[in-house]
Design a protein around this ligand. Sequence first.
Ligand SMILES: Cc1ncc(COP(=O)(O)O)c(C=O)c1O
Length: 405
Amino acid sequence: MSLSQLARTIKESATLKLNETAAQLREKGEPIIHLGGGEPKTKAPIDAIINCVALLNTGEIRYTAPDGIPALKKAIIRYTEEHYKKLVHANNVIASGGAKQALMVLLHAILDPKEEVIFPAPYWVSYPEMVKLAGGVPVPVTAEDGTFFPTVKEIADAVGSYTKAIILNSPNNPSGAMYSKDFIQEMVEFCEKKSIYLIMDDIYNRLVFDGKSAPNCYEFAQEPLEESKLVVINGVSKMYAMTGFRIGWAIANKHVMEAMATIQSQQTSGPSAPAQWAAVGALNGVQSPIESLRVMLENNRNVMMDRLKAFDGVKIHPPDGTFYCFPDFSAYMKDSQRLANFLLDKVRVVAVPGKEFGFEGHLRLSYCGTIRDITEGLDRIKWALDPNSANELYLGDRKLVRDWQ
Ligand SMILES: Cc1ncc(COP(=O)(O)O)c(C=O)c1O
């Protein structure tokens, strides 16, 4: 079959692929524990559902403005004022089909062929592929000291004449690590000085633990918004557990927004109307679902950390937020893909190989499921990896026997 060069170079989303594999195995009755997931299991806020159903009940579900309905833009403006202390206008806002589409349209709006986009490793699996889809070149930066925190100097050293943008995702998927206030401040200042786009992917910035809060990039911006190359990405998927609605947004200067709206109008004509009304409901409604989710995730994180301490060889940076952690399993197996395959094969636990996030030897483990998923999943992993484990393990009435070392 004749496919484009681009189609042949883009990798399928590793995490979505894993969901598919897990679902297929479950359908066959396999006792799968899915620690690879990327979405909260709580229900969408009732205000989102009410708003969405109200539109559906009218039976008149039409195209909307390509960059979002005024009510949603208004809700995003209010959200930005409340949580970023930043006043923006409707022409600084675009609503898209998820934060993912907001990022993709943004990259199409700013990148010329071969221009580079820098991001720290470990990084969200989609960044390299999205940059390539937009004709750009992804440039991951790995900290020399092996941590999840490249220094400003390490990032600055990767900047060259082709650099168009830097993406920061904090707290971070997959590590759960949050960059410090100093780091964000220096990055904002650096990008202003170099006139590089700084894209803040803030999709997890409300899901932060231990009484901390995510640094607000606007606090450090000197340039007025209309001259600034600072772009903030956010959405309802994670904080309101509304992944299936597919609503995210971007905030930037009006020239970038105009370009994004034009591109989006030709791509999809705009986000789905019922989903936009649901997002309005979530943003304007009772906000307690975010805190309930955050508290539950913090508790799950603690349970996962406790369980991981039982492993002799695992090194772990406790996550500051998100619903992921990213332990170093290299003492057991250096090839993370082999390790993930081994765990799925032997004990039916799904974990995402660190390689997908540009960081070998690690596995991304999610704690967005139930406590039982976490404890049983980690018990199974420990049984599979620890040479001192008992010879047998029961999954329900199925007996597993260790026939490996
Ligand atoms: C870092 C990061 N950014 C953006 C997204 C996309 O979110 P959305 O569901 O709004 O497209 C995800 C989803 O996994 C993510 O992990």
